[in-house]
Design a protein around this ligand. Structure first.
Ligand code: GLC
Ligand code: CA
Length: 547
């Protein structure tokens, strides 16, 4: 291992992260909503799955119009979730089990219920007016796109109180903060310090590209934004070493990699360009989309890392694809219009993949072996379903299924009190899809995934290595080699539903013996001749190569 990969400050390079929605995880006080104490009682479950870092969706006080991404106060917690003391205990309990916790840093906007905005509405004389972006001309910055295109018609909304328009890249109730104001920047650094002092291990930074606006640009990825993130990073490096920043920047590769700076900006960034192409390759039964986009990703600084994901709490965004590709994806994965939202698909992993266990395993196997750190989404480890009729993105945020008791073991409240119903449809209902069922079954998705996570964690090469794609004639098969120092892993994935013969030229490796790491089976030696494999439909091999 290189130094960066094995010192504990670079823990994120070999971590397995689990994204979790506090409201949806476990209710401890029968009010129908998950809370910190409930989550504490489920930490051992997360340990048993093998993850070692939790990413919490927002936990701040909020009017709840965007599930907490609309913040009313950066220095407190949502009282439905518990008290700040409960949150401290959560951090303590997690740390004592070897789990790290990263929170959300929502820099771009606040809720319109935030005291700053309430004050700002009083007009230009208010000391807070300049905390937000105002104009009397709603045509300003017209080159900026509307992100929530199904729900908003403009990035400007009129404020009746003061007669100006305020700028918002997301919902109209989420006014953008004005980063040209040094007070705003200082305030946010103070927020960072507050949560760091409390013991968080870092932040997923929300909606990064949009911090600044400049006329004549699309108001994304501006140099000023990079400069401010570097300031935050410098604070972490000097006062909170080991804490990380993870970027949510849904951008094309060229713009995305800039968020790593020279290793002095974000530690990690979600691989948004890759995510939809994993699904595209699978649908097309062709390794092209995955290889092409990976080749377009420039090398990133040694201390940086991709965050790899299949699904999260949002719709599967189809922004980083061409219009043609988007149409293809809509037709393939969201035939029913109810499944579409903005420019994406609001579905969980299992339903997206037609509940095909082989496909679910295949995508996870790719996710866990490509260079980067995997980020799983709660519930996907048991193949939970969704509810596309709940509106916005709520259908992928329903209560976790723990067992087949009342409310799937999530809450003791009356079912009608739950913040959202558990899934009861015939295929994904909680009687059959739940943690207890899966944990007791050695052949379940959960057991399979736990095993693969364990293997992955025993081979830190997967987080630290470099990738080299191989190009077999049979394009239904994806083949890559991961190298790190003397170690080499060969990964082979059949993207089609039927068995495929594949000849791979491995003569450049010299004589070596592949050992398949899931079963520990020794395969025939690699020599001069093309190496022949015949993976089953959606089958895969992960080999450790020995001299
Ligand atoms: C991010 C979040 C999303 C939220 C938006 C506005 O994209 O992932 O859930 O709605 O930011 O804060
Ligand atoms: Ca509760």
């Amino acid at each position: 291992m290189t130094k960066a990969a094995c010192t504990s400050d670079a823990w994120y390079k070999t971590a397995v992260i689990y994204e979790l929605y506090v409201r949806g995880f476990q209710d401890s006080n029968r009010d129908g909503r998950g809370d910190f104490r409930g989550l504490i009682s489920r930490l051992d479950y997360l340990v048993s799955l093998g993850i070692n870092c939790i990413w919490l969706m927002p936990i701040y006080p909020t009017p709840g119009k965007d599930d907490g991404y609309d913040i009313m106060d950066y220095y407190g917690v949502n009282s439905e979730y518990g008290t700040l003391e409960d949150f401290r205990s959560l951090i303590h309990e997690a740390h004592s089990r070897g789990l790290r916790i990263i929170g959300e840093l929502v820099l771009n906007h606040t809720s319109d219920q935030h005291r700053w905005f309430q004050e700002a509405k009083k007009g230009p004389d208010s000391p807070y007016f300049d905390y937000y972006v105002w104009s009397d001309n709603p045509e300003k910055y017209s080159a900026a796109t509307i992100i929530f295109s199904d729900l908003e018609t403009s990035n400007w909304s009129y404020c009746k109180e003061n007669g100006y328009y305020y700028w918002h890249r997301f919902f109209h109730h989420q006014p953008d903060l004005n980063y040209d104001n040094p007070q705003v920047r200082q305030e946010m650094i103070r927020v960072v310090r507050f949560w760091m002092d409390l013991g968080l291990d870092g932040f997923r930074v929300d909606a990064v590209p949009y911090l600044y606006e400049r006329e004549g640009t699309n108001c994304e990825n501006l140099p000023e934004t990079h400069a401010f993130i570097k300031e935050i990073r410098a604070v972490l490096d000097s006062d909170y070493p080991g804490a990380i920043l993870l970027a949510e920047a849904n951008q094309w590769p060229e713009d995305l990699v800039k968020y790593f700076g020279d290793g002095d900006e974000f530690h990690m960034a979600f691989n948004f360009p890759l995510m939809p192409r994993l699904f595209m390759s699978l649908q097309l039964e062709h390794h092209g989309p995955i290889i092409d986009i990976m080749k377009r990703l420039p090398t990133i600084p040694e201390s940086c890392q991709w965050a790899m994901f299949l699904r999260n709490h949002d719709e599967m965004t189809l922004e980083m694809v061409t219009d043609e590709e988007r149409d293809y994806m809509f037709n393939a994965y969201a035939e029913d219009r109810q499944m579409r939202l903005n420019r994406g698909i609001r579905r969980r992993l299992a339903p997206l993949l037609g509940n095909d266990r082989r496909k679910i395993e295949l995508l996870h196997a790719i996710l866990l072996t490509l260079p980067g750190t995997p980020v799983l989404y709660y519930g996907d480890e048991i193949g939970m379903g969704d509810n596309i009729y709940l509106g916005d993105r709520n259908g992928v945020r329903t209560p976790m299924h723990w067992n087949d008791n009342k409310n799937a073991g999530f809450s003791e409240a009356q079912p009608s009190r739950l913040y959202a119903p558990v899934i009861t449809d015939p295929v994904y209902n909680f009687h059959s899809v739940n943690v207890e069922e899966d944990r007791n079954n050695r052949n379940s998705l959960f057991s399979w995934l736990r095993n693969l996570i364990c293997i992955r964690r025993n081979f830190p090469i997967f987080g630290a290595g470099t990738i080299e794609f191989l190009y077999p004639d049979n394009k239904r098969v994806l083949v890559y080699l991961i190298r790190h120092e003397e170690m080499r892993m060969l990964c082979v994935f059949n993207l089609s539903p039927s068995a495929q013969p594949v000849e791979i030229d491995l003569s450049f490796l010299g004589n070596c013996i592949p050992i398949e790491i899931v079963g520990g089976t020794i395969f025939p030696a690699i020599g001069e001749l093309p190496y022949l494999l015949t993976p089953n439909g959606y089958g895969y091999y992960i080999f450790h190569l020995f001299e």
